[in-house]
Write a protein that binds this ligand. Structure first.
Ligand SMILES: [Zn+2]
Ligand SMILES: [Zn+2]
Length: 339
């Protein structure tokens, strides 16, 4: 069967992988239909993904169809032909985080397409409990994982109604965070350096409070929120400088959620932190509950994901197309591989 292997940074190769065996207990064989491309894949391609080993089959944003069910999968409500989103976070089920239901930050977490081979392949074996069934089209199912990152960040913050929210960074994760903060009834502003991305927020997410971080950010925020600062700030930039600056954007008593991450230290002045009695959260991956929430939002039409897909490719052209998606002027929001 066909697979796309990232041999080393900067070098993909089409390869024939061995046919998968029959699924074992608790396993399901799926046909991969669509693979969403995300920042993690771009970092792996550039060789900037820490603790990443090559060769690796990428692909963790997956829209799949059930091909065969192994024994002991009866209780999962799955049948051959079902379409599913894949929760790619394989957790141990035993560590302290897993025992507390925080499967997204398992001590021994293995993410498909990151720590082990993922979905840029025709057929893939997946644990039955990591499949989330839905009638949505495969292309939309392939975006569920990315949306879950945003939905999980929003659930971490436990937004109250009418909360004043700022999302810093309008890449796909920032957009997902914006979308689910809005869905929870919050009043959302977005801070983003790219005019094209600010425009996307206005046109497709209905965000009218848009802030350019090159302006005096604190003043711009105060004017966006009637003289006050946002009570919850999400940083989805993956920039250490932005993440440190974000402490200044939070209202007294407010919360700061780091959705994006950096390899390195973030320093902040304790008086800024203490004076506000601020709460700081990390948000990592997502849980099964987030998958249910996101699929429900898509199925009910409360979230329209169609405009997010700006670029598409098939295996024959993927290797040439992929590097072009790194160029900012291409205006990629989400690129999609059709297998
Ligand atoms: Zn991703
Ligand atoms: Zn665990």
């Amino acid at each position: 069967m066909l697979s796309i292997v990232l041999d080393q940074p900067g070098h993909f190769r089409l390869a024939q992988a061995p046919e998968p065996p029959a699924p074992g207990p608790g396993e399901v064989l799926v046909r991969v239909g669509r693979v969403g491309i995300c920042g993690t894949d771009l970092h792996a391609f550039r060789g900037r993904q820490p603790f990443f080993s090559y060769p690796r089959i990428l692909g963790h944003e997956l829209g799949v169809e059930v091909v065969a069910l192994g024994p002991e999968t009866e209780g999962f409500g799955l049948a051959v032909g079902d379409r599913c989103a894949v929760e790619p976070y394989l957790n141990c089920g035993k560590c302290i985080a897993c025992r507390r239901g925080r499967t997204n930050c398992c001590e021994r977490l293995q993410v498909l397409g990151v720590h082990r081979d993922g979905g840029m392949v025709e057929w893939l074996m997946v644990p039955a409990h990591k499949l989330h069934r839905s009638l949505l089209p495969l292309e939309h199912l392939a975006l569920v994982e990315m949306l879950c990152i945003g939905a999980h960040a929003v659930s971490r913050a436990q937004l109250l109604r009418d909360e004043q929210v700022l999302v810093v960074g309008a890449g796909p994760i920032g957009l997902a965070t914006t979308q689910f903060a809005k869905l929870s009834g919050a009043d959302v502003a977005v801070m983003e350096i790219s005019p094209a991305r600010r425009e996307f927020c206005r046109d497709h997410l209905g965000i009218s409070r848009l802030v350019d971080p090159q302006d005096d950010a604190v003043v711009a925020l105060q004017s966006a929120f009637d003289g006050e600062l946002p009570t919850v700030v999400f940083d989805a930039t993956g920039s250490a400088q932005s993440m440190a600056s974000a402490f200044r954007y939070v209202a007294n008593s407010g919360k700061l959620v780091y959705v994006g991450l950096v390899q390195g230290d973030i320093t902040f002045g304790d008086p800024e932190f203490h004076r506000r009695e601020m709460t700081l959260f990390a948000s990592r991956n997502a849980t099964g509950a987030d998958f249910h929430h996101v699929i429900d939002a898509l199925e009910s039409g409360r979230v329209n994901i169609a405009p997010w897909i700006t670029h598409r490719s098939v295996p024959d052209t993927f290797i040439q197309d992929f590097p072009t998606w790194l160029e900012p002027e291409r205006g990629v929001v989400k690129a999609m591989l059709e297998l």
